[in-house]
Structures are given as C-alpha cells and as structure tokens.
Design a protein around this ligand. Structure first.
Ligand code: GDP
Length: 298
C-alpha cells in the first residue's frame, strides 16, 4: 500500500510527474507517460534519452495500475541502468608519470577540479605535478597556484603568453626527473576560436609525445552540470578537438539539472570519473549511479 510521502521528496522528478495527487495508485496511461517524458526533458535529459527512458518504463507496465513507490523504483532503476557503465574512477596506469590532460571551457571548473584531484592523489601517496597550461590567462595561472598550494603540489608555470606546448614539454621533463606519478596539464578553454584551441591542444599532444609516445594517458573533459544540454554540445565540440577519454561533472551540488548526465551517458558512454559537489578541496566525489538515480528521482 502507498504511504504518504514527506513533502521534500516532491522536489525530485517524481514529484513533478505526479503533481499534487502524488500518493494515488494510478493507471500508467498515455497521459501519464507524456507527463513523464515532459518532466524528463525539463530535467535536461534531452529529447532522445527522455523518449527512450519513457518507452522502457512503459514496457510491461502500460495500462496497469502502478503505485508511486513502484514508479519511483522503476525510474530510478532505469536511470541507474544507463549510468552504471559510465561510473569509472580515473584509471591509474603503471606509466610514470601518467600524463592527464584537462580540457574544458573557461568557468567549467577545470582549475578547481585539478586542485581537488591533486589533493586526492597526494593523499593516496602519489607524487603529483601540475602544469599551468592556460598561459594566456594570468588569473588562471594564479588560481591554479592557489589550488596547488592548498593541495601541497608543485605548479609549473611559464611567462604569460608563452607557448603552452613548450610548458607541457618542460613540465613532463621535470616530472620525469622528479619521479612523479602523475602530471596534470591544465589547458586553455577559449571556444570562441575553436581552430586555435584545436591547434594548441594538438601541439601539446605532439610535443609531449616526443618525450613519451604513450602520453597523454587520459584526456579529461570538465563539464559544468548546471549548463544543462549545453554540456552535450561541449562534449561534441571537444571530442572533435581532443581525444576525450573521460568526464568530470562539476557543480552537481544544488542543481536540479542533473538529467544532463543521463543524456551524456546515453549518447556518448564516456566514463564519469568524478563529480564536483562544492567549492572546497574535498568536494569531489566518485560517481555513484544508484545514489545519483535516487537523488534525481526524489
Ligand atoms: P575554470 O575556469 O574552468 O578553471 O573554472 P574554475 O575552476 O575557476 O571554477 C569556476 C567557478 O566554479 C569557481 O567559482 C569555482 O569555485 C566553481 N566551482 C567549480 N567546481 C564546483 C563545484 O563542484 N561546485 C560548485 N558549487 N562550484 C564549483
């Protein structure tokens, strides 16, 4: 039997689907499926993914009576099923140093994420070096130095306006000499001039491969979850200009826009290495598909 639900639970997808009469057991009919699909689209799941999720929910249940609890469970299961395969922490390789290129538009949370990751790896006993590859933004370099200090990790910089590829090369040389486990290279995020950015990233890759033909071992794209479906467009763009191997989703604290993650998983299947859940150094969590699904459904 259905039990009354606490009102705060109405803020998730489920509350928005069921509206005021949340507790009633009802027939899963076309009208309800339409409402479901609309709410999924509003949550930034994207039209295709919302349609697929709705169809899967309907399967075997259409025309039958369904309780709130059953619908909640079905929706959470469906979302967790899509998200399960992409929940993968950053893989660690035996290569020393493992070279991690970090890409993404300005403001997405690259600097913060690099600082948080550096802190986590350092806590795990890894020797980490950061290269401030966004050499055209003095503020970005300064900000990265602040994060490096917080994490207790050296940040290698170059004079403003100098060639990011040459900094990356020097940083890799130094990281090799120091016996570092991990080199994280920040990059510029100016999408206004996509051609320039593409050439800059390609040059970084070309140059570091002179020192280590297997590098970079990961190319992480940092995405701001609050930008909704815009994040989908960013994946499409960055996959054209870099060999993106995984994602970090930032700003998942306090956003109802989490649906975009389902869309990304469904469309691209790229691993989600971690999620940003705040502005502090410890606010980076592994991605947990079940917890995510439960929170999204509400
Ligand atoms: P960058 O330009 O891509 O390097 O972005 P920053 O790392 O400078 O981050 C841009 C803004 O987003 C800053 O104000 C950060 O504090 C904030 N930010 C980054 N990650 C998160 C997160 O997970 N949660 C929240 N709430 N804010 C974040």
């Amino acid at each position: 039997p259905d039990s009354p639900e606490p009102t705060e639970e109405k803020h998730g997808l489920l509350g928005r689907i069921l509206g005021q009469e949340g507790e009633a057991r009802r027939v899963l009919d076309d009208e309800m499926l339409e409402r479901l699909e609309d709410v999924l689209i509003q949550s930034d799941m994207g039209v295709d993914t919302a349609a697929r999720v709705t169809a899967n929910i309907a399967e075997g249940r259409f025309g039958k009576r369904i309780s709130t609890a059953e619908l909640r469970q079905a929706l959470a299961d469906e979302i967790a099923r899509i998200m399960g395969p992409v929940a993968r922490p950053l893989p660690l390789y035996p290569q020393k140093p493992q070279v991690v290129l970090v890409v993404g538009v300005n403001g997405s949370g690259k600097t913060t994420t690099i600082g948080k990751l550096a802190s986590q790896f350092k806590a795990a006993g890894k020797k980490v070096v950061i290269a401030a590859g966004d050499t055209f933004r003095a503020a970005a370099v300064e900000q990265l130095q602040v994060w490096g200090n917080r994490a207790g990790v050296p940040v290698l910089t170059a004079p403003e306006g100098s060639d990011p590829a040459s900094l990356a090369f020097d940083a890799l040389t130094q990281a090799q000499q120091d016996g570092a486990d991990l080199l994280m290279i920040d990059t510029a995020g100016r999408l206004q001039n996509r051609q320039d950015l593409m050439e800059e990233l390609a040059k970084i890759v070309r140059v570091i491969r002179k020192k280590d033909p297997t590098a970079p071992h990961n190319t992480i794209l940092v995405l701001d979850a609050t930008t909704g479906q815009n994040a989908v467009a960013q994946v499409e763009i960055f996959r054209k200009i870099a060999d993106v191997s995984g994602l970090v989703m930032t700003k998942l604290d306090g956003t109802a826009k989490g649906g975009v993650l389902v869309s990304l998983a469904d469309k691209f299947g790229l691993p989600i290495h971690a999620i940003g859940v705040g502005e502090q150094i410890d606010d980076l969590s592994p991605f947990d598909p079940d917890e995510f699904a439960r929170a999204l459904v509400g």
